[in-house]
Design a protein. Sequence first.
Lengths: 636, 188
Amino acid sequence: MRVATSVLVLVLVGASTARAQDQTAAIRPGDQTLKRLSIEELSSIDVTSTLKHAEPIGASAAAIEVITGDDIRRAGITMVPEALRLFTGVQVARFDGRTWAISARGFTISTANKLVVMIDGRSVYTPLFSGVFWDVQDLVLEDVDRIEVIRGPGATLWGANAVNGVINIVTKHASQTEGTMVQVGGGSNFGQTSVRYGWRLGRDGGVRVYGKYRYRGSQVFATGASAHDPLRSGQAGFRIDHGASGRTAMTLQGDVYKGAIGIFDRPDSDVAGGNLLGRVAHTYASGSQLQLQLYYDGTYRRVPRQFAEHRDTFDFDLQYRTRAGARHDLVAGAGYQVMHGHAAPSQVLFFEPQTRTSPLLNLFAQDEITVVPNRVAVILGSKFEHNDYTGWEVQPTLRARWTPSGRDTLWGAVSRAVRMPTRFDSDLRFTGVLPFVVLRGDPGFVSETVLAREIGYRRRVGVASIDLAAFYNTYDDLRTQEPTPPLGFPIVLANNMEARTSGIELSAELEPAASMRLHAGYTYLSEDFRMKPASLDRSGGVSEFNDPAHQVWVRSSINLPRDLEADAVFRSVGALPHPAIARYSELTLRLGWRRGATELSIVGDNLLHDHHPEFSNLTPPEEFPRSVFGQVTWRF
Amino acid sequence: MAFLSRRRRFALAAAAAFVAACPAALRAQRSLEYEVKAAFLFNFVQFVEWPGQSLRAGEPFRICLTGENPFAGVLERTVAGEQAAGRPIEIEILAPEAPPSRCQVLFVPRTLAARAPAVLRVVGTLPVLTVGESARFLDAGGLVNFVVEGGHVRFDINADAAAARGLRISSKLLRVARSTGSSDRRER
């Protein structure tokens, strides 16, 4: 009957092109992926650029979570790293006034090195140690569209160092930030001002410029005495978007910043940097897409009595997405990056060589294959990356997705990823106050590797949804510190450790009424590290990980009458083993009022303690005091 | 049956030849925009309740398209094998201004924007979720309107008009909507 109807329609409607295509083309995979996404996720897809940066393919066959700019606003968050506390399965701990220890699926240290972090397609982790200087990753949070976190290896698309996850921070399209926004906030330990002005460009484009100044007060020691580590920084930038709804979309954006960050026992450290990024995406008549992105990023950081580094990065990236036949959805790309780093010697360390230029070439391809239309898809791909230290690295993934009904998804994946050696692993020479090298990197340091096995399940039922993921990872060639006999010095970095980690991540969302949303997350993590027989390192590898076994968070957002908003974020973090930090719970409360052009809010942070530590191997450890602040935002 | 399938093969071949000869511009509609819109339509169906009498026993759930199909097959694939209100979903193309009495959803493509007021007049107060993608669609009495804003597909909902037609829209959908008032363009 349906066949007859469709033939009839085909003939009667005069074989409209669209209809004819329905009948000739078979199922294409993208449609099947998209319909599994939530409405929020659908709203966040950039339909002008469908390449990996807006790639929904990973969305349903990986442990992915997205929070929106509005979630960030409602949680009373004022700094980018704090926003990562809203995710399930991400470990976030403050170390001192300028440093955060942030990781996923374990390996949390203050120089955590197993995540890729991007802001608008620009990588912000430094190849100095493969981690992120979170203190300089600042944004006008009002202009953040969303943050996506993919837990587990993302190396096939995102490249080396996406060992345990990918954090993708995306700012709003410039056409969404029209008008003037002024935001002033201040309180017991905090003050900041942001001004942004945006206007329309053509029919669907826009331009915005912004400036921001922020001050974060000092943290405290356990005695309550000031740690003298305030953070002051100024930043300005722009973003221009053009041609959002046409065939060709273009983006040009850039930022500059400069800041000074206190350290309790020495003069302030200085930071400065700037970046410029251009991106063009073109959609062909066939539906295939090509994207070209170029950027420059320059950073400078000087920490007295530690190190000073100046770094320039030039990055070129090309991606192509197309459909081949009825069953294949292909994404392929190539990238080339040149980094030039210069580290001046300090009293305690130097790098050998002082200046290093590192080229990095990558090629990748991924195919999503529809096995059973609407039900089963397999995703297969690999990245091939050539770096200066270890040559070619292969990072493949195999994923499968089964969607037994419209409301649930079961997925599994096996992937390999690597963390490339960094200047820290290879070139570091640490003397401390002694006249000889105490600890050194090794040019023979190889990549750390992971083989990850993941499985996940998602289900949406009416006003509730749940997302469950479990993983079992085996790591090899992890970093160790090998003493040199007979005296023990120098200690040489080597790859003599293995690890097995496993864990469960569960998140749930419930919307019992239109005015109320509840989110909750739970993470369990088990880590087992062991030295290889060749190792002389007796530390047990404790400088490579310090993670809680259990983490829980609950977030609630309630809209009250009279334009009031009440929000609460509660989190409980299990004890850390080494250095030991006791289990703690914390609470953030926010009360907001929004009418017309004006928004007022008052936020209490760290409400359950006068001050407490989150993560430290400083003596004495820094602690983070309770704080209360208010914020006013005008939009006109 | 054999006759039908032969006819079908012939029709397909003819159609394929026609497509091949078509200007590329016509085929460009297979863009991600419509893939996302198709996924939204499928999502909308899950978040709206139709009054009991609008779904006759034994009938499929119908998403109707006015005049033409800008989804180029994506919508059909999106809903293939899926259910709504416990029934299989079917896609049907209606002549413009034909009464959509058998439809639960009626999509009015932007190529027919000029005729949208007339189409909506014919719909009247039937419990049909009218979805458009053109300026002033809500002003003309439509219920949901897609807007591509900053590269993202967003939508506005006329919640009062939906309620007046007996459609219950879930709060989740209303929350994600860019606006839920009765006219087209407002600041949030």
